[in-house]
Write a protein that binds this ligand. Structure first.
Ligand SMILES: [Fe+2]
Length: 299
């Protein structure tokens, strides 16, 4: 049976029905899902019942899977397999994390607008977040359409941004939340990396802003001017008309295009309710500057 594409918003988020992601997909189903993904940017697959392996198997249709930064930065045992990011408030014993836990302090940064893994030289193409357990209130995810936000810029701003290269680092966004206690291994593993501020999505030719709270510098601008510009662009891109808010249901798998969206998690009572989410993250094909034909080295 062919999949059903049910628009939730005009051109940005859609629900996908008549597909069971726990079983192998036919080539025409994969093609239809990819086409919907390029058309929209955020796809919601409700009522899925997936093992970790089935989640990863579906993500591999979109591209190669990243290793989670928790696994990259620590030899400690992880709660879930290392090709899934643990987007939860649970410790390895599946208990709610403590008030003073380091992961809790780091996780505050997920409430800032960002796109996943833009702080890696090879950034993410797509994220696939699966809800195993959700709080009864709060803990939503907001998504911003960066193609629509780009289209709405005036021509002078489009021209100003066209060739700009930003430097992204996880430490830049975490510093904004007051978290500064990165280990040397973390700093060495994740130095600032260059990314284009505007990029073109190859499948449909649409231009998109590629910005995030991970940006700390813009090449050729003072630090103050760079921060002011990024704050202005994030404020522009996250206006109500560009944003879809996803209220999670257990069993939702939401897949978004990291190349042309930003997202952030909303607050919830994380010391009271478990929120157990697993994320498969698919790598892009190259650094965004390289994709634009500009040779760069990591900063
Ligand atoms: Fe994220």
């Amino acid at each position: 049976m062919a999949i059903t594409v049910w628009p939730v918003t005009d051109g940005f988020a859609a629900e996908i029905g008549d597909v069971d992601l726990s079983r192998p997909l036919e080539a025409d189903e994969v093609a239809a899902i990819k086409q919907a993904f390029w058309d929209y940017g955020v796809l919601i697959f409700p009522a899925q019942d997936l093992t970790e392996q089935q989640h990863v198997d579906f993500a591999r249709h979109i591209g190669p899977i990243e290793i989670s930064i928790a696994a990259l930065n620590s030899d400690a045992p992880q709660r879930i397999r290392t090709d899934l990011a643990d987007v939860s408030n649970l410790n390895p014993r599946n208990e709610i994390w403590g008030e003073k836990s380091r992961r809790r302090a780091l996780g505050v940064g997920n409430r800032l607008w960002h796109t996943d893994s833009s702080f890696k030289f090879l950034p993410a193409r797509a994220s696939l977040l699966y809800a195993r357990s959700i709080p009864p209130i709060g803990g939503h995810t907001e998504f911003a359409d960066m193609r629509a936000a780009y289209d709405a810029l005036d021509e002078a701003m489009k021209e100003r941004l066209a060739e700009l290269i930003a430097e992204h680092a996880l430490s830049y966004s975490r510093e904004r939340t007051g978290f500064t206690s990165f280990t040397e291994r973390e700093r060495n593993n994740l130095p600032p990396v260059p990314q284009m501020v505007v990029r073109t999505i190859p499948e449909n030719g649409r231009r998109s802003l590629y910005i995030a709270s991970h940006i700390g510098r813009i090449r050729g601008l003072s630090e103050d001017d760079a921060c002011a510009l990024i704050d202005r662009l994030i404020a522009h891109a996250t206006q109500r008309q560009f944003v879809y808010t996803h209220r999670w249901r257990t069993g939702d798998l939401v897949m978004w295009d990291d190349r042309c969206t930003m997202h952030r998690g909303t607050a919830f009572d994380d010391l009271r309710w478990p929120r157990d989410m697993h994320r498969a993250t698919v790598s892009d094909i190259a650094n965004t500057c390289e994709q634009a034909g500009i040779a760069v080295a990591a900063a």
